[in-house]
Ligand binder design. Sequence first.
Ligand code: 2AM
Ligand code: CA
Ligand code: CA
Ligand code: CA
Length: 270
Amino acid sequence: MNLQKINEFAINTILQAGRQIRESFSKELIIETKANANDLVTNIDRKIEQYFVEKIKELDPSHKILGEEGMGDRIATLDGPLWIIDPIDGTMNFIKQGRHFMITVGFFVDGVGKLGYLYDVMRDELISAIQGEGAFLNRQPLKKLNPLTIEKAIIGINSSWVIPNGKINHEKLVKLIKTVRGTRSYGSAAMEIALVVTGKLDAYLSMRLAPWDIAGGLVIANEVGAVATNLKGQPFNLLSQDTFLIANPSIHQVLLDQYIELIEEKQHSK
Ligand code: 2AM
Ligand code: CA
Ligand code: CA
Ligand code: CA
């Protein structure tokens, strides 16, 4: 398997998909809801995922595809070549703002991240990585992240964390927000990961993300030295939803040790 060739294929397909999204603004947008009234999907999310599926099956029909909108395959294992795709990450931003949304793609072989992409469609900024060969922003190499202290960190965190949820130690979270230099919230997990791997944010945490939100970002994180785990410090489970933390390597462990404490579900006594 020639990774360079697959990388060129992926970059061309992502840029072409981005063009289609930008052109879609002159056409009708059909908005539907999924799990709840705020869980939105459009005809464009589906069309772009379908485009990826067709292109990948043309490239190699043996490659499996896991996509948010379900146009790919049913995936039960990480064996073999697997594409993990979010055609539009930040659908609400896409609909409401016409910006601040990403295409993100990861290519894994037997569960190992080989290629990763985070594409800001409206800024036309593509972050890409090949395992072991570094990460690039529009083909310019990205630097390794510089160390910093938690007091100087800017972290990405959703406003829903203001509300105690019974799943995480709230006092410690308040201490974190008081300690850091600032917080930000962008509404696209892939965009927050892109900001962390370029050193514009120093950490991003979420109580629940899906494999397609972070797969591409994981490969890129490895190449710049960012550390990505779940909130227990374990590898993110790519076969289900999980909690998520990506951070500058100098503060990742500090965040886990001093500021993030998951409350284990109560064991039911017999
Ligand atoms: P989406 O736009 O592709 O749905 C918004 O805060 C971020 O969380 C976006 O990256 C969004 O991706 C993601 N998101 C939205 N609903 C989610 C859900 N039910 N589970 C996991 N991630 C979700
Ligand atoms: Ca969605
Ligand atoms: Ca998503
Ligand atoms: Ca999506």
